[in-house]
Write a protein that binds this ligand. Structure first.
Ligand code: ZN
Length: 301
């Protein structure tokens, strides 16, 4: 039976949920919600397949660059909501904007995202606070959850580099007090691949921030490749959302390279995209399930 929603926007909100409740439950239950970045139809299907199988709540997120690549914010909303419906997904799914600009966050709230990040970490703290406040008010008026960032994250995200300084606990408290739903802060984490000589997460700073924000759920960016003993310890200290982007890209690329290097695309109809992309997709599913288990979210939906 084909369901015909009375109104498309209403339908999106029916199937996709705000990230607030799932993150608060994770915070209380001492596990973290995986936030996987999507790039296209395959990524989205694989993330949904993995999390349904693992019975894990999930945040599917897109950067502004990835959303542009996919055809725009509305396309991303429609794709995720429609897949959620046609795949008959039963676990809670939030659609989140990753590292949004002020204008991008507003546009995503309008387009039907159920959660947004406003990243004002490159502004001075007063301007970051003023802009964060605006986005929080607008998002909350529509039932959309909000993540803000203090202090920058190491590495490069969509061309914006930062030196990965440790966030200032007093600044974290100032932004937490605005009523943000969850807060990203630098604790030595880095976007992209971790260098060999990486010093690891700063648990001293995480502890100071966790005390300063008085129970506000924290977000760990750059979750690809952090050893699980460190993510587990971070979860006990208030981290309730862990972002993973690079790791799924690496396993997809690796599996696809092996397929091509083995000459499988030249055998029969091995060039068919449904065959060509399958090893990479299977690798994404396996890695996403492994991460749900490592973050403790498996079985929580
Ligand atoms: Zn990030």
């Amino acid at each position: 039976m084909i369901k015909v929603p009375k109104n498309k926007e209403e339908n999106n909100f029916m199937v996709l949920v705000s990230a607030k409740e799932m993150i608060e439950k994770a915070h209380e239950g001492h596990y973290a919600i995986p936030a996987f970045n999507t790039n296209n139809l395959e990524w989205t299907k694989c993330i949904l397949t993995a999390c349904e199988q693992a019975k894990s709540p999930v945040i599917i997120q897109a950067s502004e660059g990835a959303a542009k690549y996919m055809g725009g914010y509305k396309m991303v909303v429609d794709m995720v909501a429609d897949l959620h419906d046609s795949m008959q997904i039963t676990v809670p799914v939030a659609l989140h904007l990753d590292h949004g600009t002020y204008e991008g966050a507003k546009a995503c709230i309008e387009a039907g995202f159920t959660s947004v990040m406003f990243d004002g970490s490159h502004y001075d703290i007063d301007e970051n606070i003023a802009k964060s406040k605006d986005i929080i008010a607008l998002a909350h008026s529509k039932g959309v959850s909000v993540e803000c960032e203090v202090g920058g994250i190491g590495g490069v995200e969509d061309g914006v580099a930062s030196n990965g300084e440790l966030a200032d606990p007093a600044e974290c408290k100032a932004v937490a007090d605005l009523g943000v739903d969850f807060l990203a802060c630098g604790i030595g984490n880095i976007h992209g691949k971790y260098p060999e000589n990486w010093a690891g997460l700063s648990f001293d700073r995480l502890n100071e921030i966790n005390e300063a924000v008085d129970g506000k759920p924290l977000v760990l960016h750059g979750g690809s490749g952090i050893p699980f003993d460190q993510t587990s310890k971070a979860i006990t200290m208030g981290v309730s959302k862990i972002n993973v982007n690079t790791e799924l890209q690496l396993v997809f690329a690796d599996a696809t390279r092996k397929y091509v290097e083995a000459g499988k695309d030249l055998e029969g109809k091995g060039y068919d995209p449904r065959k060509l992309l399958k090893p990479g997709c299977d690798a994404i599913i396996a890695k996403a399930i492994e991460l749900c288990e490592a973050f403790g979210s498996a079985g929580k939906a």
